[in-house]
Structure formats: structure tokens, C-alpha cells
Design a protein around this ligand. Structure first.
Ligand SMILES: [Mg+2]
Length: 346
């Protein structure tokens, strides 16, 4: 079944998609339905705002990404940015640019994903806009969150001797993307072939349904560890670490052997004849947290589940480098540290 968006009109569509939203946060005084939403935050909080613009053909490919997954991911990547500030996401606005290709049913699916993410993470949808577009689907989500006064963690606070930590494992989302691209190419040549994803479910999940690391933020708070610098890994470990080092005016050493990589990621990299460390360093879309802590917190973080110590911060003169398993030193670059660097799509 296909219902044209024009049959509902812009306001009708928004009403339809946001129907029945239950507000979950005290700070949301009024959500969808007026000229603006109304929020009220206590004075002992700092307010965090982040925004993300996703374009069809640039950030997502609807030939293999279902609308519901796309909606979920669009919301979660914004939550991830709020957690990366040591905050809690509370509200989002959702704006869509839609061409005539899309139906009301497509948008219901997209919104079902966004609403599921909001329920899972306790976030209110408080507004947005839709408009017609000439060029496919555009999704813009703005997220508002909070943190206790003085507890926001920036990228510029890393100090010499701090330890560098990452949550989860890296490179899997990139391998998931490679897998989807490969199957898409196979399907193009032969429509009768069924995609072969057996044993690679984790990679697909990491690409199609990423989660934000709320659990890590909670664990750090419970252990009374306040990172000195933090960000989420959306563009690859290498590039994010360089952001922290540049903004903190420090150098770093990370160790190849300590970079957390899942078994399925390693198998897939081998299958594609890619260097798995390069994938973990440059893959992107992991939405894990990269942070630094004072060396005094070594014992606390080394015992924390889901966190790996991968290196340490140095004086700026030493630059930023990866130490390989055989002891060689490679300067970290935003994309690639070896001849394989050309393999990453920009
Ligand atoms: Mg970020």
C-alpha cells in the first residue's frame, strides 16, 4: 500500500507521525503542537546541544538500509554526541526533506525507528519540520541534553601521562558497510542470488543499528571517574584521537595490540584482504567512546567492563603515533597510516 504524502499535507503528516508521543522528561514543558516547544532546566545543569545532517547518497543508501533502521540510527548518533560530552540526551527535533518518491508508509517506518530510539534512551521528540525536496531524503536531527554544572567533558582537557581508553570494539561498522556494499554489487549482477550474511550478523548490526554508550557514561559516574577529554568515535579512532591531541595540545602513543577488535571484524577484514588495524583506526561509525583519564584512575578503568586502555598521552613534541605489534612507530594520520590508506572511501 502506498499513501501519497500530498494527501495528508505537511501539517497532517507531522500530526500523523507524532501522534501519541508520551513526554518522558520533566524538563520538557511542552512538545510538538505549538510554534515552539518549551523546556525548563534546573539552574544546576548545563545544557548541551548537538545537530546532525544526513543526506541520502552521502550518508546512507536506501537500497540496503531499511527506513526503520535509518530512523533509529539517525537519533542514536545524536544521543552519542551528548553522551560524549558526559551528558544525558533529553529532547530532539526532527526535520525532514522529502521528495515525491517517498510515501506516508515510508515515513511511518522512519519515525517508528526514531520513536523506538527515543523510548529506549528516554528522549522526547519535541518538534521539527518537513518540506519537499528535489533530491531524495534529508534528515536533520537536533538533540538537547544536560549535564551537571562543571561536569561537561570537552576534547581539550587531555594532559601528559593521562591514559587513553576506548569502549567496546572498533572497525565492525565499517566491515558491515563493506559487506553490504559487496552484496549490493553481487545483487546488481545477479538478481537470483541471496545475500550471504551468515556468521556476520554482528557486523550488520553495528552498521545498521548502532547503540550509544549510555552504559559507559553511567559506569564512569558510578566509579567516580571524570574523563579529562572525551569524544565519540564517528570518523575513526585515528581522526578522533588527533582531534583530542590537537585541541589538548598534547601528543600520544597507542598500541596496536591493545586496540579492541571483534573476531567477526578480523575474519571479514581477512576475507576482503584488508588490514584489520587500518579498519579499526579509520573505519568510522563505531559510536564508541574515546576518552582520557588521569593515571591515578588506572586501577578503576582497567577493571571496568567494556573499556580498554590503548595508550597514553605524551608531550606535544613527541607527536601522535601508533606502536605496531613488532615495535615499529607509525605517525597517526586522519586517514590511514600505511599503504592501504587508499582503500577507505572518503
Ligand atoms: Mg561526536
Amino acid at each position: 500500500m502506498r499513501t501519497e504524502i500530498a494527501s495528508l499535507g505537511e501539517f497532517g503528516l507531522i500530526r500523523h507521525l507524532t501522534d501519541g508521543i508520551q513526554l518522558q522528561n520533566k524538563s520538557t514543558l511542552y512538545g510538538v503542537g505549538d510554534d515552539a516547544a518549551a523546556l525548563s532546566y534546573p539552574t544546576d545543569k548545563e545544557i548541551l546541544i548537538t545537530t546532525d545532517l544526513l543526506l541520502e547518497g552521502v550518508h546512507f543508501d536506501l537500497t540496503y538500509v531499511p527506513f526503520k533502521h535509518l530512523g533509529y540510527k539517525s537519533a542514536v548518533v545524536n544521543f552519542s554526541d551528548i553522551y560524549a560530552m558526559n551528558g544525558t540526551p533529553r529532547q530532539i527535533t526532527v526535520s525532514l526533506g522529502l521528495s515525491k518518491r517517498f510515501s506516508v508508509e515510508d515515513m511511518e517506518q522512519l519515525y517508528a525507528g526514531i520513536r523506538l530510539a527515543c523510548e529506549d534512551y528516554g528522549v522526547d521528540i519535541i518538534g521539527g519540520d518537513t518540506t519537499s525536496s528535489m533530491t531524495g531524503l534529508t534528515i536533520s536531527i537536533t538533540c538537547i541534553g544536560e549535564t551537571d554544572k562543571g561536569k561537561a567533558v570537552y576534547r581539550n582537557g587531555a594532559r601528559e601521562t593521562d591514559l587513553i581508553c576506548v569502549s567496546g570494539d572498533l572497525g565492525a561498522a565499517y566491515m558491515g558497510l563493506q559487506l553490504l556494499e559487496r552484496e549490493k554489487a553481487v545483487l546488481k549482477d545477479n538478481n537470483n542470488v541471496q545475500p550471504d550474511f551468515a556468521g556476520k550478523e554482528y557486523l550488520l548490526e553495528r552498521q545498521l543499528k548502532p547503540e550509544a554508550r549510555r552504559d559507559i557514561i553511567q559506569r564512569l559516574a558510578e566509579a567516580n571517574v571524570l574523563p579529562t577529554a572525551m569524544m565519540d568515535i564517528s570518523d575513526g579512532l585515528s581522526s578522533e584521537l588527533l582531534h583530542i591531541c590537537t585541541q589538548s595540545k598534547v601528543g600520544c602513543r597507542i598500541y596496536e595490540e591493545h586496540i579492541p577488535i571483534d573476531y567477526q571484524t578480523a575474519v571479514m577484514a581477512e576475507e576482503l584482504n584488508m588490514n584489520v588495524t587500518t579498519c579499526a583506526l579509520n573505519g568510522g561509525e563505531d559510536y564508541e567512546l574515546l576518552f582520557t583519564v588521569p593515571i591515578a584512575d588506572h586501577e578503576k578503568v582497567s577493571q571496568m567492563e567494556g573499556i580498554k586502555l590503548i595508550g597514553h598521552i605524551t608531550k606535544p613534541e613527541l607527536g601522535c603515533a601508533l606502536i605496531t605489534r613488532d615495535g615499529q612507530e607509525f605517525e597517526l594520520k586522519a586517514q590511514g597510516w600505511n599503504p592501504l590508506q587508499g582503500e577507505k572511501e572518503s
